[in-house]
Design a protein. Structure first.
Length: 357
């Protein structure tokens, strides 16, 4: 029934448009073709001028009404440069937009058809063509240059003191992996991916560097005022790590790791105070259409102090012990053997780190 009504409405709309066109044609015949054409031309010229005035007012009005819905201040230091570049781009393109449209609509009104003047034939001007080609080209080149500079800055080598987090996208969730006390992420192999065996990322358990790696899903913890490098990948289709509050964005491509780094500026608690929203959270979203559940692929970024982060890390269990609970020293059923020497060393390292804490 709904489809029938839609088809009926479209048909009636076409019929009304056709009848209006036929009526205009009959009126033109009655009034005289030339007279009707001149009258329509004057009406159109006036409507163009009215559209210019109303349109410019509409742009100003919408800006005033909706400017409060713009994003909050950048939550990363690198994002401040992105915001600056955006405002400069908006100012330049906005200025050109306003000037060109005022000229476009005003000329259409001012120089409408008239018996008192004759149009001047102006076929070519090399000088004008050079001006309107060279000036925009130079302007755009400078703007693109700044964009590339900031892009290579956030995708280049991260500071040596940056913490490392691996981000893996899959339909439709985010997985995160942190290196343990050894500060090294273990090797992965896609054929080893087996969620049923507590190995959702395909970690190679024969690699000792994997034995202290921490795995988390849906929530990533980072430290305020400390650079963080994201190593990004995907298990299935192309996803995209969208960190809108930090002004960061990077594709997650299967088989091709990508990286970016940034320095968080405000903790989650501080941003709640800045926004006045007690329910505020930093969001990590998928900015690439990745399937029917794309809309639900959302995670949370928690920015906290170093002490809070350390406390959280110490509360986590390495994924190796989740996959092999019998090798977990904290498991009452754990029995040390000759093959557990590496695990004992890891446990000792964790205890020393806790003592220093």
């Amino acid at each position: 029934m709904q489809t029938f009504f839609i088809v009926a409405i479209l048909f009636l709309g076409f019929l009304i448009t056709f009848q209006i066109a036929k009526t205009s044609e009959y009126v033109s015949v009655l009034k005289g073709e030339e007279k009707s054409r001149r009258q329509s031309n004057r009406i159109n010229a006036f409507l163009l001028l009215a559209f210019l005035i109303i349109g410019l007012f509409g742009v100003y009005y919408c800006n005033e009404v909706f400017k409060g819905r713009l994003l909050y201040v950048s939550a990363s230091y690198q994002g401040e440069s992105i915001d600056k570049m955006m405002w400069i781009t908006t100012a330049i393109t906005g200025f050109v937009f306003i000037i060109t449209h005022i000229a476009l609509f005003w000329f259409a009104f001012k120089y409408q058809e008239s018996d008192k003047r004759k149009a001047y034939f102006f076929p070519h001007s090399t000088k004008l063509e050079v001006i309107w080609t060279v000036v925009p080209s130079i302007t755009l080149t400078i703007m693109i240059g700044f964009g590339l500079y900031y892009w290579f800055k956030i995708t280049g080598e991260a500071p040596k003191n940056a913490m490392v987090v691996e981000v893996t996208g899959s339909q439709f969730q985010w997985d995160f992996r942190y290196p343990g006390p050894d500060k090294v992420l273990g090797k992965k192999y896609y054929k080893d991916i087996n969620p049923a065996a507590n190995n959702p990322l395909g970690q190679v358990w024969d690699d000792p560097a994997n034995h202290d790696d921490i795995h988390a899903t849906g929530e990533v913890h980072v430290v305020v005022n400390k650079p963080v490098k994201f190593i990004i990948g995907s298990k299935d289709v192309i996803h995209d790590v969208g960190l809108v509050h930090f002004r960061m964005k990077m594709d997650a491509v299967p088989g091709t790791p990508t990286t970016m780094w940034f320095t968080p500026k405000y903790t989650t608690k501080q941003m709640k105070e800045i926004t006045g929203n007690p329910d505020f959270v930093y969001e990590i979203s998928c900015d690439q259409m990745c399937g029917k559940g794309h809309w639900s692929m959302r995670g949370v970024v928690i920015v906290e102090t170093q002490e809070e982060f350390d406390t959280w890390m110490f509360s986590q269990k390495p994924q190796y012990y989740v996959a092999f609970p019998d090798k977990d020293p904290s498991n009452p059923a754990y029995k040390p053997d000759s093959t557990a020497a590496g695990n004992a060393a890891i446990s000792t390292g964790n205890n020393k780190a806790k003592t220093r804490q």
